[in-house]
Design a protein around this ligand. Structure first.
Ligand SMILES: [Zn+2]
Length: 402
């Protein structure tokens, strides 16, 4: 007894000391709207234990001269979409030319690229493969961002309101973190409302009853309004929303996720999509026309004080380039760099109901941190120069001094 107590007394402080990591910073954007100068971030295990005045004692990682931020959060991506061996869009699953094993590996490659690009959390909406990839990442077996996934989605073909409720319950039982629904058509097909109001009410209502969030693909006003009134938590895209709908979102605290990267990515990689489903010449023309509309609706959403999150709707070709969304938001959408960063940090964390764990740099939060060369508040393209990535206290990338 005496022996074991002595053993614990001697060993424990050594063990704790070995777990403490100090990041030295000179320019720290805390994710809550503040810029802090010359701070040391002290990390114990997976969490931040203190943010204190810097240059006290040795630092484990010296990030002086860089800009350090909370790890970025992408609220909308499709991790299971990739370009296959023929360099064409592939979503895995039925009709795919790719085996399930290859699909899983492509998905993991996307997850790794996303993490290396500075994104430590990503909400995926959603293919079934995202579930096991999420679980393997959480187990620490493979590298990737923290993943939340809908696994599947609900649309007008899912069935009657009662069938939709049952489907949502099955999604939760299968491990979905969020319910995704398509209340309107794709922008390539005009974006009009597709689900009935009753179907939308069933999907969003059941999500709420299950304690899950409901995020809604909606371009047209009709589908968006019905979703907001049905208690959805986020509107994705929102290309054609008017001021009254944006105000309704602000009043109800519904998050807004307009996306630039997805449209640019389709246009940049057109030959890899053209001829598949609704990726037609007309569809591409509609997406090109959509870009100025996204810029305009984001500006109006800011005027109505809607809570805006940063989602890329990243599909094949976009993984690892998620940070381009920050640049489009600032250069085309009129966001200030700070607002764009808030969208991809604390506001996104709050939207995912994870604000007490991620999205800002403060004692008690997960040590999810990214460092870039330059200062994104002065030049937003600095987000392309990610040189350090830590997730949950573990360093995944550190090329700052190479
Ligand atoms: Zn999407």
């Amino acid at each position: 007894m005496l022996l074991s107590r002595t053993f614990a007394f001697v060993i424990l402080p050594t063990f704790l000391a070995a777990q403490t990591v100090v990041l030295r910073t000179t320019n720290l954007i805390d994710g809550k709207g503040h810029v802090l100068k010359n701070k040391d971030i002290v990390i114990a295990g997976s969490r931040i234990s203190a943010v204190r005045d810097g240059a006290k004692g040795p630092a484990t990682y010296d990030l002086s001269g860089l800009t350090v931020m909370p790890g970025w959060i992408d609220t909308h991506a499709h991790l299971g979409w990739f370009f296959n061996k023929e360099n064409r869009l592939d979503e895995g699953g039925r009709g795919s030319k790719t085996t399930p094993q290859e699909t899983a590996l492509y998905t993991e490659a996307n997850a790794y690229a996303t993490l290396m690009g500075g994104f430590t959390t990503e909400q995926c909406l959603g293919s079934a493969v995202e579930g096991p990839v999420r679980d393997m990442i959480n187990a620490g077996a493979i590298p990737g961002p923290r993943i939340l996934t809908s696994l599947r989605s609900i649309d007008e073909r899912t069935g009657t309101p009662e069938q939709i409720r049952e489907y949502a319950r099955k999604m939760k039982a299968d491990g979905a973190d969020v319910i995704k629904l398509f209340a309107t058509a794709s922008i390539r097909d005009g974006g009009a409302q597709t689900m009935t109001d009753a179907q939308i009410q069933a999907a969003c209502g059941e999500a709420t009853a299950l304690g899950l969030r409901s995020v809604v693909h909606a371009h047209a006003i009709g589908g968006a309004r019905a979703s907001i009134l049905a208690g959805c938590t986020s509107i994705e895209h929102g290309t054609f929303l008017d001021d009254a709908t944006l105000q309704l979102m602000a009043d109800r605290g519904v998050y807004f996720d307009p996306n630039f990267l997805v449209l640019h990515n389709y246009l940049d990689n057109k030959p890899k999509f053209l001829g598949i489903g609704n990726y037609t010449e007309e569809g591409f023309a509609a997406m090109e026309k959509g870009l100025p509309l996204v810029a305009e609706v984001l500006k109006r959403a800011r005027r109505h004080n809607v809570k805006v999150v940063l989602g890329t709707d990243g599909v094949a070709g976009a993984h690892g380039r998620n940070a381009e969304e920050f640049i489009y938001r600032v250069k085309d959408g009129g966001d200030t760099p700070m607002n764009a960063i808030l969208s991809g940090t604390s506001v996104a964390a709050e939207a995912l109901r994870m604000g007490d764990r991620i999205g800002s740099v403060a004692a008690g939060l997960e040590a999810d941190l990214v460092a870039v060369q330059g200062d994104p508040l002065e030049d937003i393209t600095a987000v392309r120069r990610v040189v350090f990535v830590m997730k949950g206290g573990r360093v995944y990338k550190n090329v700052a001094r190479q």
